[in-house]
Ligand binder design. Structure first.
Ligand code: EPZ
Length: 417
């Protein structure tokens, strides 16, 4: 795997532009399966996960044309309705093709996405929704087969506000007969962006961003041009990079409202936070103060920012308590941060982080996307050199991270595998 060689200790200063949202792009690309004619999506980030979703769509028979941050998807030629193990294991979010395939073709077969480093990642709520809409589901030999006459609208209550289940059910309901209501729906901004994309296609969806989403089935859809929202997690990661290095960074192309839970915590830690229409600036004037964090579904504190905040808390004054309520195994970065001198004690879903004066460079390994980002942040602040292995995990969700941070003065070198 590729590696980063990072020499820390230098405050990051300057301006950085955020790319389009990975977690808005992936469901929107899958939604292109609902309608044959070409759809054009702009602001698409150059990420490995986007490459994987494009590979899945091509494998199904769609024609993909990419130029810069524009992706054109023509799913007229889709005939294959099955996604095998290799692709599903490469990226769990490939399961987002389920809803559109069943919605349009009445049938789909996907290999189980399997767990990943942060948790078991079940799909029971995705399947609960499809079953409620009349689908027959068979789970055998590591595959999920879903068949349905035309789906029928239903009332579906999600036990937990699952982002993926909300998105899959929304997409399946677009062409169903009648009205579908999703209760306890995920309220993430990426769900709202998907609603906006689908409504541009001719769907009739209301309520995304609240916990009740109503989808009135329609007969026809049409081509769409859409620009995805900026990536709030990438933006948050860069703001923590400014904070942890004692720097002063302005992040542009953001929707500040989407960052509110993160900005509130950074202010609580004593950082200077300035907010514009489409930018946010964070400056560190003194050592950050410890803070307690509990991850929750949006608009609570995002789990995807928990590892990055743990790295910042490792250097804060005082003891921070971090509680992870979304995934059962998302403290993997703690062990690697301890190798850099952090004082972190994990007890079940809680991490007790006793701030230290400084971190020292070490050789560390990224185990997943956000844990990897946390290690980069810690390395930018640590004394002397750090080698971060497993950079491919980071490439899944961050576009040219080494170039973006080098622009801010970071001493970061990418060494290919
Ligand atoms: C989405 O994953 C994001 N991925 C994740 O971002 C993010 O961490 C997560 O939402 C939570 O915000 C994309 O949008 C592509 P969930 P998703 O279904 O949809 C349980 C990143 O780093 N659950 O909302 O898979 C599940 O076990 C990634 O960019 C069920 O019990 O997450 C978890 O505890 C990581 N049954 C909780 O819900 C189900 O059927 C939240 O999962 C589905 C989920």
């Amino acid at each position: 795997m590729a590696r980063y060689f990072i020499t820390g200790g230098k405050p990051l200063r300057g301006e950085i532009r955020v790319s389009g949202s990975k977690n808005a792009t992936l469901p929107i690309l899958a939604a292109c399966l609902l309608h044959g004619a070409p759809n054009v999506i702009s602001g698409v980030p150059a990420l490995k996960d986007v490459d994987t979703m494009c590979a899945v769509l091509s494998y199904l028979g769609a024609r993909i044309y990419r130029h810069g941050d524009v992706v054109r998807v023509d799913s007229t030629g889709v005939q294959n309705l099955e996604v095998g193990e290799e692709l599903m294991r490469r990226m769990r979010a490939s399961n987002l093709v389920l809803g559109p395939l069943v919605g349009r073709f009445r049938c789909a077969r996907i290999s189980y996405p399997g767990g990943c480093n942060i948790g078991s990642r079940p799909m029971n709520l995705h399947l609960k929704g499809l079953r409620a809409m009349g689908a027959r589901i068979e789970e055998r030999f590591g595959y999920i087969t879903v068949e349905a006459p035309r789906l029928v609208g239903a009332e579906i209550h999600l036990d937990v506000p699952s982002v993926g289940a909300t998105e899959n059910i929304m997409m399946a309901a677009v062409l169903a007969r009648g009205v579908t209501v999703i209760r306890n729906a995920a309220k993430e901004p990426e769900v709202v962006d998907l609603q906006n994309f689908l409504n541009r296609m001719g769907a009739r969806i209301k309520g995304a961003g609240t916990d009740v989403i109503r989808i009135e089935g329609v007969e026809h859809l049409s081509s769409v041009e859409h620009t995805v929202i900026p990536d709030r997690i990438e933006a948050g990661t860069h703001l923590v990079a400014a904070a942890i290095t004692g720097g002063d960074v302005r992040v542009t192309n953001v929707i500040p409202e989407h960052l509110e839970p993160v900005l509130a915590k950074l202010r609580e830690m004593g950082l200077e936070v300035e907010v514009g229409d489409d930018w946010v600036r964070v400056a560190a004037r003194s050592r950050p103060r410890a803070v307690d964090i509990k991850t929750l579904p949006y608009p609570g504190f995002p789990t995807d920012m928990q590892p990055q905040m743990m790295a910042l808390a490792a250097l804060a004054e005082g003891t921070s308590i971090i509680t992870e309520t979304i995934f059962e195994n998302r403290f993997k970065q703690a062990g690697e941060l301890r190798r850099m001198g952090a004082n972190i004690k994990v007890e079940g879903q809680t991490a007790i982080v006793k701030g230290v004066e400084k971190l020292t460079g070490a050789s560390v390994v990224a185990t997943d996307l956000r844990a990897g980002a946390a290690l980069v942040l810690a390395a930018l602040a640590a004394e002397n050199g750090t080698v971060v292995d497993g950079v491919e995990h980071i490439d899944r969700g961050y576009e040219r991270l080494e170039q973006k941070y080098a622009q801010l003065g970071a001493r970061i070198l990418r060494v290919p595998a």
